[in-house]
Ligand binder design. Structure first.
Ligand SMILES: Cc1cc2nc3c(=O)[nH]c(=O)nc-3n(C[C@H](O)[C@H](O)[C@H](O)COP(=O)(O)O)c2cc1C
Length: 214
């Protein structure tokens, strides 16, 4: 079993990356082979609307035709048994890098038929880890579940079932005293990091195991 995780944060050792590492630890413990790909290390853009993936009898029908750093990544996806995505919330959505990646990943498989179908010819299990500065109540009030549901809908339609995990009220800086950030209470942030983040890590680990064991 092969599991690939995609880090949509520019930071390689912070909240999102740590949770993805935990999820992969869980998958490894369940017997999977794993790989973590940092999207910010790759050169690519979002979908360029060339429609080569939809062209009748086209050479690239059902496959993204753009030859950039995502091409080998998409080849790996074809052979994977589970995928785990991780993104911080940036301005009320996933990061630009994750967004561009999802456009390219999903759109190549989505058919413009009625009803819509998928050219990805099997079902793959997926997890999505979102990290964010707001509290759980805050995220509901602002309405983040809407964009998360939209991502789930498109991904389920094309690739397979997806479960989501949210880590709220994350620690953003090592030292809050160095930044203008009076909205946050550094002690409360440190306490949450000590007491709640480890539980989020455990949830990520369990998710990784579940994706392999079922
Ligand atoms: C550019 C930028 C925009 C952000 N926008 C939001 C936001 O809209 N809502 C939110 O809850 N947190 C927001 N945050 C906070 C991050 O989502 C949060 O700190 C996240 O856990 C960072 O992930 P990382 O530690 O893996 O980089 C933002 C952070 C940055 C840098």
């Amino acid at each position: 079993m092969k599991v690939i995780a995609f880090n949509g944060s520019p930071r390689k050792k912070w909240n999102t990356a740590l949770l993805l590492e935990k999820a992969l630890e869980g998958a490894t413990a369940a017997g999977a082979e794993t790989e973590l790909i940092h999207l910010y290390d790759l050169n690519y853009k979002g979908c360029i609307s060339c429609f080569a993936c939809k062209k009748k009898e086209g050479r690239s029908y059902g496959k993204c035709a753009v030859a950039d750093d995502l091409k080998p990544v998409f080849n790996k996806v074809e052979g994977a048994d589970a995928l785990i995505f991780g993104s911080p919330v940036y301005i009320g959505d996933v990061t630009g890098e994750m967004r561009s990646f999802l456009e390219r990943l999903v759109f190549q498989y989505l058919t413009y038929t009625d009803p819509p179908d998928s050219m990805f010819k099997r079902q793959i299990k997926m997890g999505f880890i979102y990290t964010m500065g707001v509290t759980e109540e805050g995220m509901k009030q602002i309405g983040y579940p809407r964009f998360m549901d939209m991502i789930s809908m498109f991904m389920t339609r094309t690739l397979g079932p997806l479960e989501a995990l949210c880590s709220f009220d994350t620690l953003q800086f090592d030292d809050y005293s160095k930044y203008v950030a009076t909205r946050f209470d550094p002690e409360q942030k440190a306490k949450r990091r000590r007491e709640v983040f480890p539980m989020d890590c455990q949830k990520a680990y369990d998710m990784g195991q579940r994706l392999i064991k079922g």
